[in-house]
Design a protein around this ligand. Structure first.
Ligand code: GLY
Length: 253
């Protein structure tokens, strides 16, 4: 069960965020509206949501998930791999300290983006990506071990972050597309395959028996509904333009 979430409002400078999506510049005002609906969706899952103020110094800072991994036992401040994003961690650290969890951090030369970390029970899968290096993974693994949790590395080649391509939906269900469908590490899960045409839908979030779902992607949505999941749909088109998925927009714990 999750009880809390932390989000960070998009800033006007989001139009200058990192992007390789080729979908055009995001509309700031529409993004603000969509962000509000996202917060409502989290609240409707029973979460107490803390909304942090926008930070114009960091164009991508609304993608707060990359700056911190919150586990049931500790919060790990990451060391984001994109230079323009690295300084986002300072304000997030201050905000997360208020929750009273033991605080840990990834240190240079290790780099880690939270979007590369997928929790499945007590185990954490960590994508080795352009943002997360092996040193960052090893540091995270040592931190998690202290709290009796485990981690394994998944080298990535095609996607920005691990969770761009997969989402754990609890009860052993893993939503996945592309190369992830056949990875030996994931064959113990009941894999729900996502078509390449709907690849963006592979990033959604399970919260307390609800799935927050990106608007659109009817084929995958039908499959998920047929498995008995309750879906709350939100439009995140403006965040998609910056390569961001639903999970990137919040910390959930
Ligand atoms: N634009 C989000 C990211 O590249 O991290």
């Amino acid at each position: 069960m999750f009880t809390k979430a932390v989000v960070k409002r998009p800033c006007r400078n989001m139009v200058k965020g990192i992007s390789r999506a080729n979908l055009g510049k995001p509309d700031y005002f529409l993004a603000i509206k969509q962000h509000g609906q996202y917060v409502k969706a989290l609240e409707s899952c029973g979460l107490d949501v803390t909304v942090l103020e926008a930070d114009e110094a960091f164009a991508d800072s609304t993608f707060i998930e990359d700056t911190c991994l919150v586990t049931p036992s500790c919060a790990v401040i990451t060391n984001p791999g994109a230079e323009t994003r690295n300084g986002e961690i300072h304000k997030v650290r201050t905000s997360m300290e208020e929750f009273g969890l033991p605080m840990e951090e990834i240190q240079t030369p290790g780099t880690l983006d939270g979007g590369d970390v997928m929790m499945a029970g007590n185990h954490y899968y960590v994508g080795l990506s352009q943002r997360t290096n092996r040193e960052g993974f090893e540091q995270l693994r040592s931190i998690l071990k202290k709290y009796k949790m485990t981690a394994s590395a998944i080298p990535l080649t095609t996607v920005l972050h691990l969770k761009t391509g997969i989402s754990y939906l609890e009860n052993n269900y893993l939503l996945a597309h592309g190369k992830f469908l056949t990875l030996p590490e994931f064959q113990k899960f009941s894999i729900l395959p996502v078509d390449e045409q709907e690849a963006y839908a592979a990033n959604c979030i399970w919260i307390n028996d609800q799935v927050i779902w990106p608007k659109g992607f009817p084929k995958t949505k039908k499959m998920i509904k047929e498995k008995g999941f309750n879906i709350i749909e939100v439009d995140v088109s403006e965040f998609r333009k910056l390569d961001g998925g639903l999970s990137c927009l919040s910390l959930r714990f």
